[in-house]
Structures are given as structure tokens and as C-alpha cells.
Design a protein around this ligand. Structure first.
Ligand SMILES: N[C@@H](CCC(=O)N[C@@H](CS)C(=O)NCC(=O)O)C(=O)O
Length: 267
């Protein structure tokens, strides 16, 4: 099905390490994940599936073409969409929580203690409601059109969200809750490994050096970037570059790009 949607002219498949992961999950399984190789929300779910070693079938779709197979499961036509025992489920954070509940004998990604568990949800929510919108306001900001000083403002706003998140981390780490990786780490990881977009397009992230909090951030970022599940779900950078250039030029037409442009949150 052809589409004139500018975001539909995408490289069609996962490449690099992610291509191997896709090949390993191509055979028929009851649990199916409708995915797009470039999508950070999909990567969240993939990280949970791999960390928990849950068998699943990877199905690549282009969410800008919105094939019938996707729309039948998810009227919003967004990825990730999960099919579990022939029933659909969508919204990346909801899917991640569902996998934690539906596969209780796999590795636990939320703390056991109910209070700490509830608090960990505050920080997952913080990623979606605060960090990602600030990431996109910074990435889509146009200094030539809207003023150079505004760029500093959106950069600082974004750094402020990362700082607030980092302040809550276990002091030793390397992960959010200590030595074991957990849900809060996986919920942010896809954006953390895309931070290079700011070096490429926005004059750099300009993380302040020498402050203790940023040393803790660097330790977390390093641990996340090296994590096998993260490496295995990442494609070759040149293909992401084309996609993120459209965000950086503020010409992307995805629901997320449009939401950012009109001051709304994550769709
Ligand atoms: N809130 C959704 C967001 C998912 C989302 O925006 N996915 C993008 C791809 S990264 C998509 O399907 N876009 C299609 C479109 O914008 O029309 C989630 O967490 O799952």
C-alpha cells in the first residue's frame, strides 16, 4: 500500500545487531510483537522481552502505512502492538507492565516491596510524561526560526529532567535501583542511546562536567549502552540518522512530532 506520508519513506528493516535479533525471533509464536525497527517505544518492549527471555515473534510493520493487520489490533495504528493469545494490547508502558505480570516466573524487573514498587512507577511515568517531551522539544527546536536563546532554554529544560531522574538513582548503581537492571532503566534506555542526535543536530547536549550527579548519570548511561539487550536491539546508526534529521528539521509528520509541535505530550 503506497503512502504519500513523508515518514513512510523509511528504510524497511532492522540492520546491524538488531537484524540478527529479528532473524532469531522470526518463527511463529503465540506472542507476537508488531514492531518498527526504528521505534524507541518498541525497543522498550523488546528490552523487557529479551531481559525476561520470553519467546516472541517479531513482526515488522510500517506504522506510517498503517497496514490492516495493525489497525485490526490497534485502532490507533501505533507500534508497539502486542498480540497475546489472539488478543491485542498496546501502549509500550502498559505492555511492559503486562509482561511483568503475565510471566511471573521470569526475571523480576520491578522491586518486590510494594512501596518501592509504586515509587518505581513514578519514575517510569516521569520518563514518559517529562523526559521524552523535553527530548522532543529540544530536538525539534528551530533556532533560526525561533531564536538562538530558546535553544539554550530547551536544552536546559531537557538536562533538568535528566538531573531530576538521576538524583533518584541508587548512589552506587550502576542501574537505577542498584546492581540489577530494572523496569525504570529499560523504560528510558531507548532515548538514552539516542542522545547522539543532539551532538549531530543541536550543537551538543552540553552536560556539565565534574558535578557528582552527572558522574552518576555517566555511569548509568555507560551501563545501559553496554547492556547486551540494548546492543542487540539497535540498528546501524546511519539509518536512524535519516529519521532523526526530519525531527531535527521539524519536518517529521509522526503523531509524536505533531504532538510536540502543538505543545502536547507523548501520543
Ligand atoms: N504512546 C505510544 C507511542 C507509540 C508511538 O508513537 N509509536 C510510533 C513509532 S515510534 C508510531 O507508531 N507512529 C505512527 C504515527 O505516528 O502515525 C506507546 O508508548 O506505545
Amino acid at each position: 500500500m503506497a503512502s504519500s506520508h513523508p515518514d513512510s519513506q523509511l528504510y524497511p528493516d532492522a540492520t546491524g545487531a538488531a537484524a540478527k535479533m529479528v532473524a532469531e525471533h522470526s518463527k511463529e509464536e503465540d506472542l507476537k510483537l508488531y514492531s518498527a525497527w526504528f521505534c524507541p517505544f518498541v525497543q522498550r518492549v523488546l528490552l523487557v522481552l529479551l531481559e525476561k527471555s520470553i519467546p516472541f515473534q517479531y513482526i515488522e510493520v510500517n506504522p506510517y502505512h498503517k497496514p490492516r493487520s495493525l489497525l485490526d489490533l490497534n485502532p490507533r495504528g501505533l507500534v508497539p502492538t502486542l498480540e497475546y493469545a489472539s488478543k491485542p494490547l498496546y501502549e509500550s508502558t502498559v505492555i511492559c507492565e503486562f509482561l511483568e505480570d503475565a510471566y511471573p516466573s521470569t526475571k523480576k524487573l520491578r522491586p518486590e516491596d510494594p512501596y518501592t514498587r509504586a515509587k518505581s512507577r513514578i519514575w517510569s511515568d516521569f520518563v514518559t510524561s517529562r523526559i521524552i517531551p523535553a527530548f522532543h522539544r529540544f530536538l525539534q527546536y528551530q533556532p533560526q526560526r525561533d531564536g538562538e536563546e530558546g535553544l539554550t532554554k530547551v536544552r536546559e529544560e531537557f538536562l533538568g529532567t535528566l538531573k531530576e531522574f538521576t538524583t533518584e538513582m541508587d548512589p552506587e548503581g550502576p542501574f537505577f535501583y542498584g546492581k540489577d537492571i530494572g523496569m525504570v532503566d529499560l523504560i528510558l534506555a531507548p532515548w538514552a542511546v539516542r542522545l547522539w542526535v543532539f551532538e549531530e543536530f543541536k550543537g551538543g547536549l552540553k552536560v556539565p562536567e565534574n558535578e557528582q550527579v552527572w558522574k552518576r548519570w555517566a555511569k548509568w548511561l555507560n551501563a545501559i549502552s553496554e547492556r547486551p539487550s540494548v546492543v542487540e536491539t539497535t540498528s546501524d546508526s546511519e539509518h536512524y540518522l535519516l529519521i532523526y534529521k526530519r525531527y531535527a528539521d521539524d519536518t517529521a509528520q509522526s503523531e509524536l512530532a505533531k504532538a510536540t509541535r502543538t505543545g502536547r505530550g507523548v501520543p
